[in-house]
Design a protein around this ligand. Structure first.
Ligand code: BDR
Ligand code: CA
Length: 313
């Protein structure tokens, strides 16, 4: 099945409950060679998102992947962490065991540069605001042609979750999203229109709990907290587990359906900043510039998540 060499991957994230599952899926799926984790201010302040990445890799036994902190906040806007969803430390719920992996001394854009230089055709999955990737594109434009694809959890073909029209990662740093979209590599957007299908039902929690390892037990605590805040803040007692869907697309492309479409990020709207304009019917007569997710195989996705966790500590 996975006869081809695993895909070298950089995961840029802001853990964050669902980012944690993206990390675990990337580390535990045989089709992916997770080469680097970079963190960004988003769901929480950078100190928290970086610490959280170290905690959840350590406890899962992922000790050979460098983790570097990147941008503390958006390119031009102020950071407003998603505390109501993720808690004050961006990973509310379980007690966090002290990590035994240290942060890499290189800043994120240097770790990205070194990783891109060390392997042909690196894929970047980004599950937070695109600040780090935009900075990388601006500082190392010559390296962009070496990137196979950028897959981003963000945006929506429909409505938003942080404002009526904007999804959190896009709203947090729309300028960065716009820069990355035009930076050269193929760009895939997996938005709320799809991620809201991957709901954390009680059956999903029971399935993960039944795995029986330390990672799964910690994951269940994360999911319980995530469901409770989604219920309070979004009126959804079953939270959507957005971020690992971007990893699932890279690991097994058939998990997510995409179409070519024109994508633009709203930068100037008074009420709509960060909204993603997706021209699904070609109305604007502009060249499509992105792959946009329109559907997913939910059962297959949860199977991938479970299988990955099973391989961890
Ligand atoms: C996105 O925002 C964050 O809260 C989640 O981690 C996910 O990346 C969903 O809008
Ligand atoms: Ca995220």
């Amino acid at each position: 099945m996975n006869a081809q060499a695993p895909i070298p991957l950089i995961l840029d994230c802001d853990p964050g409950h669902d980012d944690v599952f993206a990390i675990w899926l990337a580390a535990g799926h045989p089709a992916i060679d997770l080469r680097a984790i970079t963190t960004v201010g988003g769901n929480g302040r950078l100190a928290h998102t970086t610490y959280n990445a170290r905690v959840v890799t350590s406890l899962a036994g992922i000790t050979d992947v460098p983790i570097s902190p990147g941008a503390p906040g958006p390119l031009v806007r102020a950071l407003s962490p998603a505390e109501r969803i993720h808690g004050a430390n961006a990973l509310g719920g379980p007690e966090l065991p002290p990590p035994d992996v240290a942060a890499d001394p290189r800043p994120a854009i240097e770790l990205i540069r070194d990783t891109v230089d060390a392997a042909d055709d690196v894929t970047i999955v980004a599950t937070g605001p695109l600040t780090n990737i935009a900075m990388f594109a601006r500082i190392y434009p010559d390296r962009m042609s070496k990137i196979r694809e950028i897959v981003w959890m963000g945006g929506s073909t429909a409505r938003g979750n942080v404002t009526p029209y904007a999804e959190f990662n896009s709203w947090c740093d729309p300028e960065a999203a716009s820069i990355v979209l035009g930076s050269g590599p193929p760009f895939t957007m997996i938005g709320l229109n799809v991620t809201h299908q991957a709901l954390v039902t009680q059956e999903v929690i029971a399935g993960i709990g039944a795995i029986g390892n330390k990672t799964a037990a910690f994951g269940v605590e994360l999911l319980d907290f995530f469901n409770s805040t989604y219920e309070t803040d979004q009126g959804m007692p079953e939270a959507p587990l957005h971020d690992p869907i971007a990893v699932a697309l890279v690991a097994e492309a058939a998990t997510v359906t995409t179409v070519r479409a024109r994508l633009d990020i709203e930068l100037h709207g008074t009420e709509t900043a960060g909204a993603t304009s997706v021209d699904l019917i070609g109305k604007l007569m502009r060249e499509p510039n992105a792959n946009v997710a329109t559907g997913m195989d939910v059962e297959r996705f949860w199977r991938l998540v479970e299988d990955a966790i099973r391989t961890l500590a």
